[in-house]
Write a protein that binds this ligand. Structure first.
Ligand code: SR1
Length: 316
Protein backbone atom coordinates (compact mmCIF):
# COMPACT_ATOMS: atom_id res chain seq x y z
CA UNK A 1 0.00 0.00 0.00
CA UNK A 2 1.45 3.40 -0.92
CA UNK A 3 2.56 5.31 2.19
CA UNK A 4 -0.05 7.98 1.63
CA UNK A 5 -2.83 5.41 1.84
CA UNK A 6 -1.22 3.49 4.71
CA UNK A 7 -1.11 6.70 6.73
CA UNK A 8 -4.86 7.08 6.25
CA UNK A 9 -4.54 10.51 4.67
CA UNK A 10 -6.43 9.98 1.41
CA UNK A 11 -9.81 11.74 1.17
CA UNK A 12 -12.23 10.96 -1.64
CA UNK A 13 -15.40 13.00 -2.06
CA UNK A 14 -18.44 11.10 -3.28
CA UNK A 15 -20.87 13.66 -4.68
CA UNK A 16 -24.26 12.09 -5.32
CA UNK A 17 -27.39 13.39 -6.92
CA UNK A 18 -29.65 10.77 -5.38
CA UNK A 19 -29.26 8.58 -2.33
CA UNK A 20 -32.64 7.00 -1.61
CA UNK A 21 -33.76 3.65 -2.93
CA UNK A 22 -32.27 0.18 -2.92
CA UNK A 23 -29.91 0.75 -5.83
CA UNK A 24 -28.27 3.85 -4.33
CA UNK A 25 -28.08 2.37 -0.83
CA UNK A 26 -26.35 -0.79 -2.03
CA UNK A 27 -23.99 1.19 -4.25
CA UNK A 28 -22.98 3.35 -1.27
CA UNK A 29 -22.47 0.30 0.94
CA UNK A 30 -20.09 -1.12 -1.67
CA UNK A 31 -18.22 2.17 -1.99
CA UNK A 32 -17.88 2.48 1.78
CA UNK A 33 -16.64 -1.11 2.15
CA UNK A 34 -14.01 -0.59 -0.53
CA UNK A 35 -12.95 2.75 0.98
CA UNK A 36 -12.48 1.10 4.35
CA UNK A 37 -10.44 -1.71 2.80
CA UNK A 38 -8.19 0.82 1.05
CA UNK A 39 -7.89 3.11 4.10
CA UNK A 40 -9.62 5.94 2.27
CA UNK A 41 -11.82 8.49 4.01
CA UNK A 42 -14.97 8.70 1.88
CA UNK A 43 -16.73 12.05 2.28
CA UNK A 44 -20.30 11.52 1.08
CA UNK A 45 -22.77 14.23 0.08
CA UNK A 46 -26.14 13.96 -1.65
CA UNK A 47 -28.15 16.48 -3.61
CA UNK A 48 -31.27 14.47 -2.69
CA UNK A 49 -32.48 14.91 -6.24
CA UNK A 50 -31.69 18.65 -6.31
CA UNK A 51 -29.26 19.33 -9.16
CA UNK A 52 -28.20 22.74 -7.84
CA UNK A 53 -27.44 21.29 -4.42
CA UNK A 54 -25.32 18.57 -6.05
CA UNK A 55 -23.41 21.19 -8.08
CA UNK A 56 -22.74 23.17 -4.87
CA UNK A 57 -21.53 20.01 -3.12
CA UNK A 58 -19.21 19.40 -6.03
CA UNK A 59 -17.81 22.93 -5.86
CA UNK A 60 -17.22 22.42 -2.13
CA UNK A 61 -15.35 19.17 -2.71
CA UNK A 62 -13.01 21.03 -5.07
CA UNK A 63 -12.53 23.89 -2.56
CA UNK A 64 -11.85 21.44 0.25
CA UNK A 65 -9.13 19.85 -1.86
CA UNK A 66 -10.37 16.29 -1.94
CA UNK A 67 -7.69 13.95 -3.27
CA UNK A 68 -10.21 12.62 -5.79
CA UNK A 69 -13.89 13.13 -6.53
CA UNK A 70 -16.50 10.59 -7.58
CA UNK A 71 -19.55 12.20 -9.17
CA UNK A 72 -22.52 9.83 -8.90
CA UNK A 73 -25.37 10.61 -11.30
CA UNK A 74 -26.48 14.16 -12.02
CA UNK A 75 -27.43 16.18 -15.05
CA UNK A 76 -24.68 17.17 -17.46
CA UNK A 77 -25.49 20.87 -17.53
CA UNK A 78 -25.36 21.26 -13.74
CA UNK A 79 -22.30 19.15 -12.94
CA UNK A 80 -20.06 19.70 -15.95
CA UNK A 81 -18.93 23.27 -15.03
CA UNK A 82 -17.76 22.10 -11.58
CA UNK A 83 -16.22 18.94 -13.05
CA UNK A 84 -14.24 21.15 -15.42
CA UNK A 85 -13.00 23.28 -12.50
CA UNK A 86 -11.92 20.14 -10.68
CA UNK A 87 -10.17 18.77 -13.76
CA UNK A 88 -8.43 22.12 -14.33
CA UNK A 89 -7.28 22.03 -10.70
CA UNK A 90 -5.78 18.57 -11.32
CA UNK A 91 -8.23 16.69 -9.08
CA UNK A 92 -8.66 13.08 -10.26
CA UNK A 93 -12.29 12.38 -11.18
CA UNK A 94 -14.54 9.38 -11.64
CA UNK A 95 -17.96 10.10 -13.15
CA UNK A 96 -20.56 7.40 -12.62
CA UNK A 97 -23.70 7.51 -14.75
CA UNK A 98 -23.17 11.11 -15.80
CA UNK A 99 -21.41 12.57 -18.82
CA UNK A 100 -18.43 14.44 -17.33
CA UNK A 101 -17.89 16.46 -20.49
CA UNK A 102 -14.14 16.02 -20.23
CA UNK A 103 -11.88 13.10 -21.14
CA UNK A 104 -9.87 13.81 -18.01
CA UNK A 105 -12.54 12.13 -15.88
CA UNK A 106 -12.90 8.36 -15.92
CA UNK A 107 -16.42 7.58 -17.16
CA UNK A 108 -17.85 4.64 -15.21
CA UNK A 109 -21.10 3.14 -16.47
CA UNK A 110 -23.03 -0.05 -16.41
CA UNK A 111 -23.60 -1.34 -19.92
CA UNK A 112 -26.99 0.33 -20.18
CA UNK A 113 -27.60 -0.69 -23.78
CA UNK A 114 -27.07 -4.28 -22.74
CA UNK A 115 -29.33 -3.85 -19.70
CA UNK A 116 -32.18 -2.75 -21.99
CA UNK A 117 -31.41 -5.41 -24.59
CA UNK A 118 -31.50 -8.20 -22.00
CA UNK A 119 -34.78 -7.04 -20.46
CA UNK A 120 -36.39 -6.46 -23.84
CA UNK A 121 -35.16 -9.82 -25.11
CA UNK A 122 -37.12 -11.42 -22.27
CA UNK A 123 -40.16 -9.24 -23.03
CA UNK A 124 -40.03 -10.24 -26.69
CA UNK A 125 -39.65 -13.93 -25.90
CA UNK A 126 -42.67 -13.86 -23.59
CA UNK A 127 -44.95 -11.70 -25.76
CA UNK A 128 -43.92 -13.06 -29.14
CA UNK A 129 -43.11 -9.47 -30.13
CA UNK A 130 -46.71 -8.24 -30.14
CA UNK A 131 -48.96 -6.39 -27.75
CA UNK A 132 -49.59 -3.18 -25.84
CA UNK A 133 -46.73 -2.10 -23.59
CA UNK A 134 -46.54 0.51 -20.84
CA UNK A 135 -43.13 2.19 -20.67
CA UNK A 136 -41.60 3.84 -17.59
CA UNK A 137 -38.96 6.48 -18.30
CA UNK A 138 -37.67 9.87 -17.16
CA UNK A 139 -35.31 11.73 -19.49
CA UNK A 140 -32.10 13.45 -18.42
CA UNK A 141 -30.59 10.59 -16.43
CA UNK A 142 -27.76 9.23 -18.59
CA UNK A 143 -28.40 5.53 -17.84
CA UNK A 144 -32.13 5.87 -18.50
CA UNK A 145 -31.45 7.83 -21.70
CA UNK A 146 -29.16 5.07 -22.97
CA UNK A 147 -31.76 2.40 -22.14
CA UNK A 148 -34.31 4.56 -23.94
CA UNK A 149 -32.18 4.48 -27.12
CA UNK A 150 -32.52 0.71 -27.14
CA UNK A 151 -36.27 0.89 -26.49
CA UNK A 152 -36.69 3.33 -29.38
CA UNK A 153 -34.87 0.97 -31.74
CA UNK A 154 -36.71 -2.06 -30.32
CA UNK A 155 -40.07 -0.52 -31.23
CA UNK A 156 -38.87 0.08 -34.80
CA UNK A 157 -37.60 -3.48 -35.09
CA UNK A 158 -40.78 -4.95 -33.59
CA UNK A 159 -43.77 -3.18 -35.14
CA UNK A 160 -46.15 -5.51 -33.28
CA UNK A 161 -45.11 -3.87 -30.01
CA UNK A 162 -47.23 -0.81 -29.29
CA UNK A 163 -46.21 1.68 -26.60
CA UNK A 164 -49.65 2.77 -25.38
CA UNK A 165 -48.41 5.09 -22.62
CA UNK A 166 -45.24 6.45 -21.08
CA UNK A 167 -45.11 7.32 -17.40
CA UNK A 168 -42.30 8.02 -14.95
CA UNK A 169 -41.04 10.11 -12.06
CA UNK A 170 -37.78 10.08 -10.10
CA UNK A 171 -37.90 11.47 -6.57
CA UNK A 172 -37.46 10.31 -2.99
CA UNK A 173 -40.50 8.01 -3.26
CA UNK A 174 -40.23 6.90 -6.86
CA UNK A 175 -41.89 3.50 -6.43
CA UNK A 176 -45.10 4.82 -4.89
CA UNK A 177 -45.32 7.72 -7.35
CA UNK A 178 -44.86 5.33 -10.28
CA UNK A 179 -47.45 2.98 -8.76
CA UNK A 180 -50.04 5.77 -8.82
CA UNK A 181 -49.18 6.70 -12.41
CA UNK A 182 -49.15 3.07 -13.53
CA UNK A 183 -52.57 2.40 -12.02
CA UNK A 184 -54.08 5.26 -13.99
CA UNK A 185 -52.28 4.26 -17.19
CA UNK A 186 -53.36 0.63 -16.89
CA UNK A 187 -56.96 1.59 -16.23
CA UNK A 188 -56.88 3.76 -19.38
CA UNK A 189 -55.21 1.00 -21.43
CA UNK A 190 -56.88 -2.29 -20.51
CA UNK A 191 -55.02 -4.42 -23.08
CA UNK A 192 -51.49 -3.84 -21.76
CA UNK A 193 -49.67 -7.13 -21.44
CA UNK A 194 -46.15 -5.97 -20.56
CA UNK A 195 -44.46 -3.13 -18.72
CA UNK A 196 -40.91 -2.10 -19.56
CA UNK A 197 -39.62 -0.49 -16.35
CA UNK A 198 -35.80 -0.33 -16.56
CA UNK A 199 -35.01 0.91 -13.00
CA UNK A 200 -35.92 -1.14 -9.94
CA UNK A 201 -37.93 1.65 -8.30
CA UNK A 202 -39.97 1.84 -11.54
CA UNK A 203 -40.47 -1.94 -11.58
CA UNK A 204 -41.47 -2.01 -7.92
CA UNK A 205 -44.01 0.74 -8.54
CA UNK A 206 -45.37 -1.06 -11.59
CA UNK A 207 -45.67 -4.27 -9.57
CA UNK A 208 -47.69 -2.50 -6.87
CA UNK A 209 -50.08 -1.18 -9.52
CA UNK A 210 -50.52 -4.53 -11.28
CA UNK A 211 -51.17 -6.29 -7.98
CA UNK A 212 -53.61 -3.65 -6.73
CA UNK A 213 -55.56 -3.95 -9.98
CA UNK A 214 -55.47 -7.76 -9.81
CA UNK A 215 -53.88 -8.00 -13.26
CA UNK A 216 -51.04 -10.43 -12.46
CA UNK A 217 -52.32 -13.03 -14.91
CA UNK A 218 -52.38 -10.51 -17.78
CA UNK A 219 -49.34 -8.27 -17.28
CA UNK A 220 -45.64 -9.06 -16.87
CA UNK A 221 -42.93 -6.59 -15.86
CA UNK A 222 -39.40 -6.41 -17.29
CA UNK A 223 -37.10 -4.32 -15.11
CA UNK A 224 -33.54 -3.40 -14.27
CA UNK A 225 -31.39 -3.58 -11.12
CA UNK A 226 -31.64 -5.93 -8.19
CA UNK A 227 -31.56 -5.90 -4.40
CA UNK A 228 -32.53 -8.36 -1.70
CA UNK A 229 -35.87 -6.52 -1.41
CA UNK A 230 -36.32 -6.72 -5.20
CA UNK A 231 -35.67 -10.47 -5.12
CA UNK A 232 -38.44 -10.71 -2.53
CA UNK A 233 -40.85 -8.85 -4.84
CA UNK A 234 -39.85 -10.88 -7.91
CA UNK A 235 -40.18 -14.26 -6.22
CA UNK A 236 -43.34 -13.69 -4.17
CA UNK A 237 -46.32 -15.80 -5.27
CA UNK A 238 -48.00 -14.54 -8.44
CA UNK A 239 -45.52 -11.67 -8.87
CA UNK A 240 -45.80 -9.88 -12.23
CA UNK A 241 -42.08 -8.86 -12.20
CA UNK A 242 -40.59 -11.72 -14.21
CA UNK A 243 -37.14 -10.51 -15.28
CA UNK A 244 -34.56 -7.89 -14.38
CA UNK A 245 -31.31 -7.01 -16.15
CA UNK A 246 -28.71 -5.98 -13.64
CA UNK A 247 -25.23 -5.58 -12.29
CA UNK A 248 -24.48 -5.94 -8.59
CA UNK A 249 -24.87 -2.31 -7.43
CA UNK A 250 -22.48 -2.72 -4.51
CA UNK A 251 -19.85 -4.11 -6.88
CA UNK A 252 -20.19 -0.98 -9.02
CA UNK A 253 -19.74 1.24 -5.94
CA UNK A 254 -16.60 -0.71 -5.07
CA UNK A 255 -15.24 -0.19 -8.59
CA UNK A 256 -15.81 3.57 -8.39
CA UNK A 257 -13.68 3.77 -5.25
CA UNK A 258 -10.97 1.50 -6.67
CA UNK A 259 -10.77 3.67 -9.79
CA UNK A 260 -10.45 6.79 -7.63
CA UNK A 261 -7.72 5.13 -5.54
CA UNK A 262 -5.74 4.20 -8.64
CA UNK A 263 -5.97 7.77 -9.93
CA UNK A 264 -4.79 9.16 -6.58
CA UNK A 265 -1.83 6.76 -6.79
CA UNK A 266 -1.01 8.17 -10.23
CA UNK A 267 -2.00 5.02 -12.09
CA UNK A 268 -3.73 4.87 -15.45
CA UNK A 269 -7.47 4.05 -15.52
CA UNK A 270 -10.01 4.17 -18.27
CA UNK A 271 -10.92 6.47 -19.95
CA UNK A 272 -14.08 4.33 -19.74
CA UNK A 273 -15.12 1.51 -17.46
CA UNK A 274 -18.29 -0.30 -18.54
CA UNK A 275 -19.67 -2.96 -16.21
CA UNK A 276 -21.55 -5.80 -17.91
CA UNK A 277 -25.00 -6.82 -16.63
CA UNK A 278 -26.71 -10.21 -16.49
CA UNK A 279 -30.35 -11.15 -16.97
CA UNK A 280 -31.95 -12.49 -13.80
CA UNK A 281 -35.34 -14.17 -14.20
CA UNK A 282 -38.07 -15.00 -11.75
CA UNK A 283 -37.85 -18.66 -12.77
CA UNK A 284 -34.09 -18.76 -12.17
CA UNK A 285 -34.47 -17.22 -8.70
CA UNK A 286 -37.31 -19.52 -7.72
CA UNK A 287 -35.70 -22.66 -9.13
CA UNK A 288 -32.44 -21.98 -7.31
CA UNK A 289 -34.14 -20.79 -4.11
CA UNK A 290 -32.25 -17.48 -4.25
CA UNK A 291 -33.53 -15.09 -1.59
CA UNK A 292 -30.85 -12.42 -1.33
CA UNK A 293 -28.05 -10.63 -3.16
CA UNK A 294 -25.31 -12.77 -1.59
CA UNK A 295 -26.93 -15.93 -2.93
CA UNK A 296 -27.45 -14.27 -6.31
CA UNK A 297 -23.82 -13.20 -6.72
CA UNK A 298 -22.80 -16.71 -5.67
CA UNK A 299 -25.02 -18.19 -8.38
CA UNK A 300 -24.11 -15.59 -11.03
CA UNK A 301 -20.38 -14.98 -10.54
CA UNK A 302 -20.12 -12.68 -13.57
CA UNK A 303 -21.86 -10.06 -11.40
CA UNK A 304 -18.60 -9.80 -9.46
CA UNK A 305 -15.80 -8.15 -11.43
CA UNK A 306 -12.67 -8.05 -9.25
CA UNK A 307 -10.40 -7.44 -12.24
CA UNK A 308 -12.05 -4.14 -13.17
CA UNK A 309 -9.88 -1.36 -11.73
CA UNK A 310 -7.96 -3.85 -9.66
CA UNK A 311 -5.81 -2.14 -7.03
CA UNK A 312 -2.48 -3.95 -6.96
CA UNK A 313 -1.77 -3.32 -3.30
CA UNK A 314 -5.22 -4.45 -2.08
CA UNK A 315 -6.04 -7.97 -0.90
CA UNK A 316 -7.79 -9.95 -3.69
C1 SR1 B 1 -32.53 7.52 -11.89
S1 SR1 B 1 -31.31 6.62 -12.66
C2 SR1 B 1 -31.51 5.05 -11.99
C3 SR1 B 1 -30.51 4.09 -12.53
O1 SR1 B 1 -29.23 4.46 -12.15
C4 SR1 B 1 -28.39 3.30 -12.12
O2 SR1 B 1 -27.82 3.23 -13.37
C5 SR1 B 1 -29.31 2.16 -11.85
O3 SR1 B 1 -29.07 1.06 -12.68
C6 SR1 B 1 -30.69 2.72 -11.97
O4 SR1 B 1 -31.54 1.95 -12.79
Amino acid sequence: MPARFAAGGVRVALVRQLSSGDYFEQWLAGAQAEAQALKITLEVSSGDGNNDKQALNLEQAVQQKADAIIVDHGFADTVQPAIKKAADAGVPLVAFDVDPGTPEAVALTQDDHKIAELALGALKADTGGTGDVLYVYVSGFAPLDRRNEVWTQFKKDNPGIKEVAQIGVVNNSTASAVADQAKAALQANPDVKAIFAPYDEFAKGAAIAVKELGLQDQIKIYGADVSTADIGVITEPNSPWVATATTDPSNVGRIAVRAAALLVAGQQVGPELKIPPALVTQKQLRDAGIANIEQLTGAVPELTTPDVARVPWAAP
